[in-house]
Design a protein around this ligand. Structure first.
Ligand SMILES: NC(=O)c1ccc[n+]([C@@H]2O[C@H](COP(=O)([O-])OP(=O)(O)OC[C@H]3O[C@@H](n4cnc5c(N)ncnc54)[C@H](OP(=O)(O)O)[C@@H]3O)[C@@H](O)[C@H]2O)c1
Length: 329
């Protein structure tokens, strides 16, 4: 059956300006890091994309290495795009990245011009796209001159292979330098993609201020700490969860008693607010004006519904914020 998007899709979402650019992003974006590789069912990935777009989630985030195996998330996404989403291409903001190990030898990793430009060419082929909307440098490279990496980003925009560029995982000082170089080149940095959640707050130590001052947007990845900031692990580790999947990013060792105790206390506050912990955790990242969008992952369509449901109640009283703060310290 031909996919037809929900005609009411723009009614349930809030769109927020990305820094001082002309682009608005949905308050909630969907990442394809997990659940889109060859080891997952294509039909589930398809359902996730349908539900996201039907809910007004117009921004889909990929990277060259998402899978497993690396590259397969872009391939599978490309197939679903071709089959279901081509009529909607101009309603979508699709991003990709390069910066982590992608192929053998010295040109398949980090931040050289050689790696970034050839990697984006590969990503475009895998997805069947002429251009991505946002192309990121995925992580800082301590050896390549920053100017070379930023020039490569400027080049892909001038070549028409990306409309905007961004950086990810850059510490505040380096991000400021990258933003200045890109401005000098005439290709402003659109966005920074850092990890940010109740459990990972390094961005509060300067990065968010730098971005706001320089007019660059931000999209917070892993806002649920991979699922820890949900009710998923309150009664053990479910067999279908990320922590049970053998992931090196989330495993049973990380779910300490101390952490679960915090999760329980946060869950009590969320219940008092009449929402799920996952919803409160997303609303918390969006509090204030410094974060443009939260970049979630989902293994089930109900998780996308949960995230969108957050928008109905995303404001906190000063007392609630203080209570949360006391739990997090
Ligand atoms: N730039 C970077 O270096 C970088 C690094 C990491 C991620 N990212 C981006 O950020 C995106 C999101 O990362 P993430 O997947 O770690 O984000 P996350 O939103 O913190 O975690 C998502 C996981 O939490 C669980 N979950 C979500 N909603 C839930 C709910 N309502 N109830 C219970 N459990 C729920 C699901 O795990 P289950 O499998 O257990 O259901 C889901 O896959 C990635 O796809 C990628 O695009 C970027």
């Amino acid at each position: 059956m031909v996919y037809q998007a929900n005609p009411a899709r723009y009614e349930s979402m809030e769109y927020r300006r990305c820094g001082r650019s002309g682009l608005k992003l949905p308050a909630i974006s969907l990442g394809l890091w997990h659940n889109f590789g060859d080891s997952t069912l294509l039909d589930n990935s398809r359902q996730l994309l349908h539900r996201a777009f039907d809910s007004g989630i117009t921004h889909l985030d990929l990277a060259n290495n998402y899978g497993p195996p690396p590259g397969s998330a872009e391939e599978n996404f490309g197939r679903i795009l071709r089959e279901d989403f081509l009529p909607y291409r101009d309603e979508l903001i699709i991003s990709s990245k390069a910066g982590y190990t992608m192929w053998d030898g010295p040109y398949g990793d980090w931040g050289s011009r050689k790696y970034l430009i050839s990697s984006l060419d590969q990503s475009l082929k895998r997805m069947g796209l002429e251009y991505v909307d946002i192309f990121y440098h995925h992580r800082p490279d301590p050896e390549t001159p920053l100017e070379e990496t930023m020039r490569a980003l400027d080049t892909v925009v001038r070549q028409g292979k990306a409309l905007y560029v961004g950086v990810s995982n850059y510490p505040a000082e380096l991000a400021a330098q990258a933003i200045d170089i890109l401005n000098d080149l005439g290709t402003p940095c659109l966005i920074h993609q850092p990890r940010y959640s109740m459990f990972e707050r390094w961005v509060e130590g300067g990065l968010l201020d730098v971005l706001q001052e320089k007019g660059v947007g931000s999209i917070a990845f892993s806002p649920l700490a991979g699922g820890q900031l949900t009710d998923r692990y309150l009664d053990g580790i479910p067999a279908d969860s990320r922590a049970a999947s053998g992931s090196k990013f989330l495993n049973a060792d990380q779910l300490t008693d101390e952490k679960l105790e915090k999760v329980r206390k946060l869950n009590d506050i969320a219940q008092r607010r009449g929402q799920k912990l996952s919803q409160m955790a997303l609303a918390w990242v969006l509090r204030g004006d410094k974060v443009t969008s939260v970049l979630i992952g989902a293994s089930k369509t109900s998780q996308i519904d949960d995230a969108v449901g957050m928008l109905a109640n995303r404001h906190f009283t000063a007392e609630e914020l203080a209570e949360i703060e006391a739990i997090l310290v």
